[in-house]
Structures are given as C-alpha cells and as structure tokens.
Write a protein that binds this ligand. Structure first.
Ligand SMILES: O=C(O)CCC(=O)C(=O)O
Length: 300
C-alpha cells in the first residue's frame, strides 16, 4: 500500500517562508492568500469577453484508463470559447471535456484582471506567460512532470492533486516514448502490472478556489477536476539539464534510447509520429529547441 502524505499549506504572502520551505528544498505546498485580489472568474466571464476566440479542446475524455494511451486525434475538436462553455454546462454531456493550456493572452481582459505581484514576490520571477485550463468535472491530466517550477492557481471549482517526488522515476514506470509521462494511473494503479508503484509516496490534497499549488521542478503530478474548473498556471525557472539527466537515465534504457531516436528521426529528419492525448512535444524533438514536430493527426 502506498504511504500517503498531505501537501502542507503555507501563507502565500510570505516570500521568506516560501523560499525556506518550498523553493530551496524543492518541496510542494498549497499557498493560501496569494491570489485573493483576483476577480471571481467563471466560465461565463470568459465566454462573455472572449466568446468568439477560436481554439482547440479535447472532448469525450475517458473516465478510466491511462489518458496517454489515447490518440489525440480521436478527441481533439476546434471550437470557440462560447461553444465550449455551452458544452461544458450542457446537461446532456456525458464525458469530460477540456480546453488545455491556452495562452492567457488569448482571453480579452484577463491579463489586466489578474495581479501576479504576489506570485512574482514569491518566485523572484516577473515575466510570465500564463496558461488557462478550462474544463468539466472529471478531467484527468495523467501523471507526468515538467522541467520548470509551476504555480497552479485554482480560480474556479476544485481539483484533486496527487504528487510524487522525482528521486525514483522507476517507481512510476515512465513510457518508453516519453520519460516524463507515467504508465500508471495513480488513482487506480494496476499494481500487478506496475508493482513498484506501491513503494511511491503519494502527496495528496484537494485544491480549492483561491489556492495555488506549488509543483517543484520535475515532481510528478496528476490532477483530477472535481467540478467544472478554471486554473491558471505559471511555469518558471526550468531545471538545469544536470538535474533532468539523472531522471532520464534512471527511467531505463528504452526511454533514453527513444530520446535519441526521436532527436534524429522526428526532429532532424522530420518524420511524422502518432500524437498522444496530452502527449505534448516528443522529448527528443524538444531538445532541438521546442520546434513543433510533424505529427499524424487530424487537426493542428
Ligand atoms: O490541471 C491540470 O489538469 C493539469 C495541470 C498541469 O499539468 C500543469 O499545470 O502542469
């Protein structure tokens, strides 16, 4: 059975405490009070001001199973923000839907409405490129890590959070095609298939509106929305390569070889590949500076 720990809560207006308890030791926390000045955003607030903005979303999301095993093309649709909010609120909708990681600048009036001063004071970082995550209840991100630190500000609705420390990546069985995505669904782990996961310590919390989750560099995270939800996230300070490299190497020789293969085959030779749901840029291609790979998918 997994050991479970509660993610501690910390005053989000105290940079010194944040540096001591979170930033320097790279420990997660839920920060309170940091976004108290933000307006009470709702999906309707976004739809009223940015209803005509056209974007992509994913729909008919599975309630179970590993999201990364799905093909992105089977779920991806183009829609306006107004159409998406209508779908989000529709009583006839049966599956989760998600507008994932949209640049905040695309939403009219949003950048001016959100005071990022307290988060800048905590992080020592001032130039942000925030993203908006707007979805129904039941969205699941998949267990993965990102190289930068992350503030995930919960604006509307609640999300259940599971975090796993980065020191033993083999416990979460990373996929061969991407060392930063886990094959394990931490909410329903298939322990016969992934027995090592039973040794992972799970850091847990329910993130409420007005709270900010600090996810340190390279920490595995899995988010499930419990309600219709809006989050705004801000990445900063990517982990240097000497911290990421051990994670890649400990993931096993297959994910490591896959990075090299992707670098040459998909990156340099621009060969197409199957795009996975929430799969993002292939790590080997990302090494070339985030150039967008060609992919086998129905929409861009
Ligand atoms: O909230 C989610 O669904 C995922 C957020 C996430 O993965 C991130 O902010 O890095």
């Amino acid at each position: 059975m997994n050991e479970r720990r509660a993610i501690p809560r910390l005053n989000g207006r105290d940079p010194e405490a944040f540096a001591r308890h979170c930033l320097r030791p790279r420990r997660p926390a839920i920060l309170t009070g940091a976004i108290d000045d933000w307006p009470a955003l709702t999906p309707e607030w976004l739809a009223e001001r940015s209803g005509d903005v056209r974007t992509h979303a994913v729909v008919d999301l599975p309630a179970e199973g590993n999201v990364y095993e799905r093909a992105s093309a089977d779920h991806r649709v183009e829609s306006s923000v107004a159409e998406f909010v209508e779908q989000l609120r529709s009583p006839s909708r049966t599956c989760p839907c998600y507008m994932v990681q949209k640049p905040l600048a695309a939403f009219t009036g949003l950048a001016a409405a959100l005071d990022l001063g307290a988060l800048s004071a905590l992080s020592g970082h001032a130039r942000w490129q925030p993203h908006v995550w707007l979805g129904s209840e039941g969205t699941r991100s998949g267990l993965h890590f990102d190289a930068p630190h992350n503030f995930l500000a919960q604006v509307y609705g609640r999300k259940r959070v599971i975090l796993v420390a980065p020191d033993r990546p083999q416990l979460v069985s990373p996929f061969e095609w991407n060392y930063s995505k886990s094959q394990v669904d931490p909410e329903r782990p298939a322990l016969r298939r992934f027995p090592r996961f039973a040794s992972a310590v799970l850091w847990e919390a329910v993130l409420a509106p007005g709270e900010v989750l600090f996810i340190p560099q390279i920490w595995w995270h899995h988010l499930t929305s419990l309600d219709v939800s809006i989050s705004v996230n801000l990445w900063f300070q990517p982990a240097p390569i000497h911290q990421v490299l051990p994670v890649i190497l400990q993931s096993g020789w297959r994910p490591t070889l896959a990075v090299l293969r992707q670098l040459v085959w998909n990156g340099l030779l621009r060969q197409p590949h199957e795009e996975r749901l929430f799969g993002g840029t292939l790590p080997g291609v990302a090494l070339l500076g985030g150039a967008r790979p060609r992919s086998r998918r129905s929409a861009s």
